[in-house]
Design a binder for this molecule. Structure first.
Ligand code: NAD
Ligand code: TYD
Length: 351
């Protein structure tokens, strides 16, 4: 059956990799990318696919219920991959409300539209919700998040994502809406907005600016290359079991400070600087409020049931990422003007 697939948040970091993959791999699917184009959404991310026959962009806000219902009526979507979200923990600390509207109300609008417009005809339909490992809370030095780990979100961002996960699951149990959820660890790669750790550090090193490391840099994250996440999403979209949740992770834990030292070495090499030059930019700054100590995913379920595994190791992925940011200075320069400077000075200078 021909699919008419709504991808929300397709102009953002992960969404743009998902859109590109689906547009290129599935020419007989009609792909509609719905994005509000917030500060994090950028159509430049998709300039290599935006002329393709099977791709359409719609600008709009998932908070707008009437717009969402009209869009469902216009296209008769068979499937949804829902990535649109406010996604940055630090912004959720300075302005939680936006996260509640987009991540919770926006998700409910999409669920209601799918439920009402698909009605009882739910065969060959899927509402696939993209979530994060942060819903599980913070680990100590040991242990891993599995799919049955109780939710314990601790930031406004992770709480809003946890709420949306609960609602998606509730629509499955209460209304039989066919859903899949996946919870992924930290992504990195091309096109990530330079407010997140890796692109922020690359940009600062390039410009000889200080690299702000929160607290003592001892917090641990499990990093996955963004194209491996897009590959897992493709697999789960086609093979995931309805009603199920899958964890996705890189099995690649790094303390922030170790990661930054590693990145500094790569940057010294790429920029032709003497070894040790970039590391001098490392600066410890006031810790993030409620900073989760460690995230680590057990991705045994998707590995065993669907045969997925990451294909890009961290050294190679980081190398590719650094090269992309150094080659795409225009993309970066356009993003870091105006509003970004304003955000940066509020986040780091006025602490
Ligand atoms: P991002 O911030 O780069 O992109 C989000 C996109 O959503 C942007 O294009 C933005 O314009 C759009 N958007 C925001 N509010 C909207 C609204 N009200 N209506 C329509 N569009 C709106 O985020 P990302 O890092 O690409 O994350 C995408 C999804 O993956 C999110 O749901 C996030 O929670 C999840 N996730 C991210 C990571 C990560 O490491 N980045 C890890 C696991 C899960
Ligand atoms: P981030 O990229 O914001 O992702 P998340 O908070 O969703 O894991 O941050 C990754 C880690 O890096 C996290 O432990 C916070 C830390 N961090 C810094 O030390 N300095 C920074 O400037 C930023 C943005 C993050």
């Amino acid at each position: 059956m021909k699919k008419v697939l709504l991808i929300t948040g397709g102009a953002g970091f992960i969404g743009s990799h998902v859109v590109r993959r689906f547009v290129n791999q599935y020419p007989d699917y009609q792909i509609i990318n719905l994005d509000k184009l917030t500060y994090a959404g950028n159509l430049e991310n998709l300039k290599d696919v935006d002329k393709k026959d099977n791709y359409t962009f719609e600008k709009g806000d998932i908070i707008d219920r009437d717009f969402i219902f009209d869009l469902f009526k216009k296209y008769n979507f068979t499937d949804v991959i829902h990535l649109a979200a406010e996604s940055h923990v630090d912004r959720s600390i300075s302005n939680p409300t936006e996260f509640i509207y987009t991540n919770i109300v926006g998700t409910v609008n999409l669920l209601n539209a799918a439920r009402e417009l698909w009605g009882k005809n739910q065969e060959n339909k899927l509402f696939y919700h993209i979530s994060t490992d942060e819903v599980y809370g913070s680990l100590g030095k040991e242990g891993y998040f599995v799919e049955s780990t109780p939710y314990n979100p601790r930031s406004p961002y992770s709480s809003s994502k946890a709420s949306s996960d609960h609602l998606v699951r509730a629509y499955y149990h209460t209304f039989n809406l066919p859903i899949v959820i996946s919870n992924c660890s930290n992504n990195y790669g091309p096109n990530q907005f330079p407010e997140k750790l890796i692109p922020l550090a690359i940009n600062n090193i390039k410009n000889n600016k200080k690299i702000p490391v929160y607290g003592k840099g001892e917090n641990v994250r499990d990093w996955l290359y963004v194209e491996d996440h897009a590959g897992a999403i493709d697999l789960m979209f086609h093979k995931g079991k309805t009603g199920e949740t899958y964890n996705i992770g890189g099995n690649n834990e790094w303390r922030n400070i170790d990661l930054i030292h590693h990145l500094c070495k790569v940057m010294d090499r790429k920029l032709g600087r003497d070894p040790g030059t970039s590391a001098k930019l490392i600066t410890f700054v006031k810790d993030r409020a409620g900073h989760d100590l460690r995230y680590a995913i057990d991705s045994g379920k998707i590995r065993k049931e669907l045969g997925w595994k990451p294909s890009v190791n961290f050294e190679k992925g980081l190398e590719k990422t650094v090269e992309w940011y150094l080659e795409n200075t225009e993309w970066l320069n356009r993003i870091i003007s105006g509003k970004y400077e304003e955000y940066y000075s509020q986040q780091y200078v006025k602490r």
